[in-house]
Design a protein around this ligand. Sequence first.
Ligand code: BES
Ligand code: MN
Ligand code: MN
Length: 450
Amino acid sequence: MLDELCDLLRIPSVSADPTFDGDVKRCAAAVASSLQQAGASNVEVMETPGHPIVFGQYHVSDEAPTVLVYGHYDVQPPDPIDLWDNPAFDPIIKTTPKHPEGAIFARGACDDKGQMFMHVKALESMKSSGDVPCNIKFIIEGEEEVGSSHLDAFLEKHKDKLSADVVLVSDTGIISNDIPSITVGLRGLSYVEVEVTGPNRDLHSGLYGGAAPNPINVLCEMIASLKDEDQRIAVEGFYDDVLELTQDEREDMARAPFNEAAHRESIGIGAHEGEHGYSPTERMSIRPTLDINGIWGGYMKEGAKTVIASKATAKVSMRLVPYQDHDKITKLFTKHFHKIAPPSVTVKVTEMHGATPAVTPTDSPAYHAASLAMKHTFGKNPVPIRSGGSIPIVASFERILGLKTVLFGFGLDSDAIHSPNEHYGVFNFFKGIETIPHFYTHFARLHNED
Ligand code: BES
Ligand code: MN
Ligand code: MN
């Protein structure tokens, strides 16, 4: 199983960069053939205006409930490649303090090829033991890391084909290998690029400096003003729709184990920061954020060049919480950014992508099935947790197909997803393959009792 996963990891299916389009296609075909080999039928690589979606199914009986398994085979770009200890698409197994049984190092190992592949192998093992308790449908997409922009239309178009009772997704994490958890909330996202233009060309900084507006200086000042002294986001109306948690809910959340000092140490920071009045865990999950993801302009090569650039640019992401609407937030941000621009410059705000926040129920047969399955294989009840990440399609499944999702992930926050040296524990991979069949057993029973 590990060898087969490594074969998938060798395909650089980077969805963001058109140079890799051929590899993305090849990866879709490889996923399709692994589903076929696992015993799925009606396996298809379905074209979209973007990267293809792989479909497959396993039908046991019209009486059994149907589970729609979603995953993604596309990966983030490996950059910065110099910081990988081993090439990003040449998987290697090494031990780490958190993974004494070894971890597979490669881009996509945890996010999401390793986790998606657990479902393929779980089907294969259920089939060989002769006990598949539910009907299963798979949709494995190739555009998650670029915002899943063609998935909504795909869901609309294939409503019947995708009909199911619940969606099961392994693309999140657990607290640690001995503290299982189930994610019950994801943040949404509004992502924009801002450009500030000053003079009509790059200028000599001696001849013009002091009087000509410097767009880099201006952009920095504008960005600095986006948060107040309490680190609250200063965009007018930004918090209007934010769901405030009750004191009880906050106390519940605080019960999930979190070691602040160990967390600081694991990312090498002297102190946490963020919105006043909230704990680090809350700031990372139930509160919205505004972060600059990239900023550039002017002279960036070797040596010094005395210049005032004509333009400066930044990428800005805002993580959103229920009930913030990403379109509305993007509009509010755009309006605010124009408003705070001094008359010496012009600004342009370009929308990149958006995602709707999601909360998933903890009182459903599917949640109970997931909880019992983890109890069985970890020996402990999983803790419900809110994650700070985003999976745009969770809200789409609910809106378009009317389906709730169970976020049944097995990664660790320290697995370095999207970073150099991404990895996925061998323990986690096999724990997932072991746990998933128990989900189906419990879900088949609980769903029919419901
Ligand atoms: N699998 C992640 C999201 C995630 C990871 C959620 C861990 C919870 C725990 C997903 O692939 C991802 O990276 N999503 C993007 C969404 C964006 C590209 C629209 C994100 O969160 O930045
Ligand atoms: Mn993912
Ligand atoms: Mn990701």
